[in-house]
Design a protein around this ligand. Structure first.
Ligand code: TXA
Ligand code: MG
Length: 324
């Protein structure tokens, strides 16, 4: 790991040209996507993929999502069943990741899939898609954060976390969605929700015409979904109706928890109670309250409907017991 370097932060055309040169040389680059910032490397280059794990400090080789720029590129990598294809027609490009049977001839380096015979595929919007199209190869990209930390939704957040370990952060402004993609997998039993995310279960069910299967015992979970994840430095206390002395408060909507006026710091995920706005603010607000120095961040209840499912999933992970 080269820890003495300082990442360049670039925008627009300059960023595109520099990112292409670094990726072609097998280096990793932090890029904006519509969900969260990704730490991208050429998915066909084993050294580039190894650098991703190294820069994140991932303790074990969790499989990564391969990002594509076209259906043609996707078809060379994985086999699509009719339901998965229908979902791509409705939601790609966008915050949906599909887990599919991996073609042996894909050219994807085995580190990307961690030895599984399936592969997670996603077609992002915006800068990432243009970059992949120009490179002509898929990009492996986990969220651009140190392992176990909150995903980054701005170039500054990436720089603060990984800036000493990578050469380039592409600045595309704050990300639109603010939560990672939803991950689903179709099999003979139905459509499994492996990770709630930027597209709600209801939206997917409306297109699929079937209910998503959740946590069914025989089901498969995304291996990276360890419980303690997205951890801020502060402890988290969820669904609070009253703030305790010394706590910071993460609010939702217009009704305030008792004692809110005495909170060390206060931020609202969405004044109007809009889950989309709340999702886009979640990680940046958690980071900002963490910087307030409060020992605990108290969080008001967030309704479960729509994107609320993914928001509550990330909050539960941030609140889970930690190793240290
Ligand atoms: O929005 C996103 O999905 C972002 C942006 C950068 O695209 N990426 C992201 O990647 O969140 P990452 O690595 O932080 O999360 C990928 C998840 C992990 O939980 C991993 O275990 C799971 O996808 N995964 C990858 N391949 C899989 C497979 N073949 N089967 C099941 N789960 C898989
Ligand atoms: Mg992640």
């Amino acid at each position: 790991m080269r820890s003495s370097q300082v990442a360049e932060i670039l925008k627009g055309n300059q960023a595109m040209e520099r990112a292409l040169a670094l990726l072609a040389a097998g280096e990793v680059v932090a890029i904006p996507t519509e969900t969260v910032y990704g730490l991208a490397g050429d998915a066909t280059n084993g050294e580039a993929v190894a650098r991703i794990f190294e820069a994140k400090g991932r303790p074990r080789f969790n499989p990564l999502i391969a990002h594509v720029a076209s259906m043609a590129m996707a078809e060379t990598i994985a086999e699509f069943d009719p339901l998965s294809r229908r979902l791509t027609e409705a939601f790609w490009p966008g915050p949906l990741t599909l887990v599919l049977p991996h073609r042996a001839t894909s050219g994807i380096h085995p580190l990307v899939t961690a030895g599984l015979d399936t592969i997670a595929l996603r077609m992002p919007r915006g800068f990432g898609a243009q970059l992949i199209a120009r490179l002509g190869r898929p990009l492996a990209a986990p969220s651009a954060n140190s392992s176990g930390k909150i995903s980054a939704t701005s170039a500054r957040a990436v720089e603060g976390d990984l800036g000493g370990r990578i050469q380039l952060v592409v600045d595309g402004g704050p990300t639109q969605v603010g939560l990672e993609s939803t991950i689903v997998k179709a099999d003979e039993r139905g459509l499994h929700l492996l990770r709630p995310g930027g597209i709600s279960a209801e939206e997917i069910e409306a297109i699929a015409g079937t209910k998503l299967l959740r946590n069914d015992k025989a089901g498969i979970e995304a291996p990276g979904m360890m419980l303690s994840h997205y951890a801020p430095g502060a402890a988290m206390r969820l669904n609070v109706s009253a703030v305790e002395p010394g706590e910071a408060l993460l609010g939702f909507g217009q009704r305030r928890a008792a004692g809110a006026a005495d909170a060390v710091a206060f931020l609202n995920l969405s004044e109007t109670g809009d889950p989309r706005e709340a999702a886009s603010n979640l990680f940046s607000h958690m980071q900002a309250l963490d910087r307030s120095g409060a020992k605990t961040i108290a969080v008001e209840p967030v309704p479960h409907a729509g994107l609320g499912e993914a928001i509550n999933d990330r909050l539960a992970r941030a609140a889970a017991p930690r190793d240290s």
